[in-house]
Design a protein. Structure first.
Length: 184
């Protein structure tokens, strides 16, 4: 069977999704107010700058128990002050829901934060696989010079709780120090 006849296709070298039931969302700097610490650097940048995009195969209706969703996140290279471009980060609304991420291209860090604020991290590279257990917030950070592409699969009823992270933030950040990424 040829891939060109499939209803949905994935370019395994880039994570690009095409076909039926594929949606795309874009997050620009203007959508990330309060995420970066250096407010002066944030305000000096073009608010239309694209920080990350997400493509999603949303065959299943959001909120359907027992269903799965599949997508690819693309975090662009860049920094606000000394902080690398990153996703908003979130807990799942149904906190016990887990998720898988896998590196497709680029170089990044996956930050994990427990409900009590403990932070751990894993390096994201092509072919790396990352299990995100329930009750864990997660955020992707691009520490490379190229686009960081990361695949994901998660329960369709997990939901996203961005408000908790926006209110209290992650207890650690990934910043450049002497030309090297550092978690502090």
């Amino acid at each position: 069977m040829e891939c060109s006849k499939a209803k949905v296709q994935i370019d395994t070298s880039t994570g690009k999704l095409t076909g039926e039931d594929v949606s795309k969302s874009t997050r620009q700097l203007k959508h990330l107010q309060g995420i970066f610490e250096d407010q002066a650097a944030y305000e000096a940048m073009n608010p239309e700058t694209i920080v990350y995009e997400v493509e999603m195969h949303d065959k299943e209706t959001l909120g359907t128990e027992g269903g799965l969703l599949f997508g690819t996140s693309y975090i662009y290279p860049g920094k606000v002050g000394k902080e690398y471009f990153m996703t908003k980060g979130h807990f799942h609304q149904k906190r016990n829901r887990a998720e898988y991420y896998w590196g497709i291209q680029g170089h990044g860090v996956l930050l994990f934060m427990s409900e009590t604020g403990e932070v751990t991290a894993e390096e994201v590279l092509p072919c790396s696989l990352h299990y995100i257990q329930g009750y864990t917030a997660h955020r992707l950070v691009n520490i490379g010079e190229d686009v960081l592409a990361v695949g994901a699969c998660w329960p369709s009823d997990a939901g996203h709780d961005y408000a908790d992270i926006l209110e209290r933030g992650f207890s650690k950040k990934v910043r450049e120090r002497n030309g090297v990424p550092f978690i502090e």
